[in-house]
Design a protein around this ligand. Structure first.
Ligand code: SF4
Ligand code: SF4
Length: 400
């Protein structure tokens, strides 16, 4: 494992951090035992930055991380958590959420505390509600050690927020497809120029840059370096930037942890050749031409009051075009969203166009418009017969 220094704090953080938002199991009922095993496995392998947030896994992520920190693990790591600013109507709320988070984590201080998912408007509201006083007092009281913010919004807002406080660190979305999106490379470099450490989220764009890649992208990567995986390319490109301290990855299998650590152990800053950088640029261009909806599966638009599983709909829809696999993705979309057990149906066609999700999407996706297209291409009159076919296929081999 390689480590990089956080400029102001001088903490040596592992270049790979563990994001506690994609544990195995159901989103609000994750597999606690597996999650704790995997977190501890990652720490034993050298990861020392663990990131959680109030809404992750319906509030269970912080609790699970707290349990993983027992038995001597707390002393080996830095814990990052985030103030859910959108839930705070007052300064008093901020104190309450921080207090609850310390209880959920069962620790007495949070090493890296972020104001979660701000943009220009939400930062302004947070300031009006007293967030500066809150941060100053929380730090003075020793409840938080380092202060930062995570960002989803336009570049200009990012620059203004960077200048608005003496931040220790910040967290931005950055990956081969988002070099100039939101804060982007300009924001990364601006923060670094002010000695503010940068943590990277969405390095694999919600998983789209992992696993089987479109044929055009695979061909570019294979020609440049046969045998190197798409994950290796994507992460190595981010670590190549000197301003990056740590990349967060929401890992949920031992194989993913091992694969990411293998890359993290050799990916030094400024280590990629011009030919490699050109290959990444060409792969990103090929990707962009194929992607229909720029959804990162961040879940901020959820829950939808009408029950639509928005990220699921966009994931299957994008996969149809990325991997030229229309039927398979249609079948999976229908199977996964039909409901059953305690899960209610969650099809795109359930959208009632209320617009609630639009306020929360950091990618500014016109969600209802795209859902109509998903409905048109994946549902229609074939919906029932296809669900029947899928269920029959899925029941094959079932114990009588
Ligand atoms: S616009 Fe549609 S998808 Fe968005 S919250 Fe409303 S019903 Fe759900
Ligand atoms: S539609 Fe937007 S808010 Fe919803 S999961 Fe995708 S990127 Fe996130």
């Amino acid at each position: 494992m390689l480590y990089r220094e956080m400029p102001k704090t001088k903490d040596k953080l592992s270049t790979l951090g563990f994001g506690c938002m994609r544990f195995q199991g159901r989103p609000t009922n994750p597999d606690e035992k597996k999650a704790i095993e995997q977190i501890r496995y990652a720490v034993d392998k050298g990861i020392n930055y663990l990131d959680t947030g109030w809404p992750y896994h319906g509030g269970k992520s912080e609790v699970i991380l707290g349990k993983a920190l027992k038995d001597g693990y707390r002393e080996k790591v830095k814990v990052a958590d985030k103030l859910p600013q959108w839930l705070c109507r007052s300064r008093d709320d901020m104190d309450w959420y921080l207090g609850e988070q310390l209880k959920r984590l069962d620790i007495d201080k949070i090493d890296y505390y972020l104001i979660h998912a701000v943009n220009g408007a939400s930062w302004k509201k947070a300031v009006e509600n007293g967030v500066i006083d809150f941060m100053t007092e929380a730090k003075a009281a020793g409840k938080v050690v380092n202060l930062g913010f995570s960002f989803h919004g336009p570049k200009d807002d990012f620059m203004k927020i960077i200048d608005a406080y003496d931040w220790d660190f910040c967290q931005i979305q950055f990956n081969i497809l988002d070099e100039h999106f939101q804060a982007g490379i300009e924001g990364l470099n601006y923060a670094a120029s002010k000695n503010i450490g940068v943590i990277i989220m969405e390095p694999l764009r919600g998983g789209a840059l992992a696993g089987k890649q479109p044929a055009e992208v695979e061909a570019i990567y294979q020609a440049a370096n046969p045998g190197r995986t798409s994950v290796d390319w994507a992460l190595r490109w981010i670590w190549n930037h000197p301003g990056v301290v740590t990349i967060l990855s929401g890992m949920n299998t031992i194989e993913q942890i091992d694969e990411n650590i293998a890359t993290a152990s050799t990916a030094e800053m400024n280590s990629m050749s011009n030919d490699e950088l050109t290959a990444v640029r060409r792969a990103a261009d090929a990707f962009r031409t194929l992607m229909q909806v720029p959804c990162t599966a961040c879940q901020y638009c959820m829950p939808c009051p009408a029950g639509v599983d928005i990220p699921s709909a966009f994931s299957f829809y994008n996969n149809k075009y990325l991997f030229n696999a229309g039927f398979m993705n249609r079948a999976w979309y229908l199977a996964m969203n039909q409901g059953g057990g305690d899960k209610k149906p969650s099809f795109a066609s359930q959208c009632v166009d209320c617009g609630k999700c639009l306020e929360h999407c950091p990618q500014n996706i016109q969600i209802p418009t795209h859902l109509k297209q998903v409905e048109k291409e994946f549902e229609g009159w074939m919906k029932k017969p296809l669900i029947y076919l899928v269920n029959t296929a899925m029941s094959k081999g079932k114990r009588k």
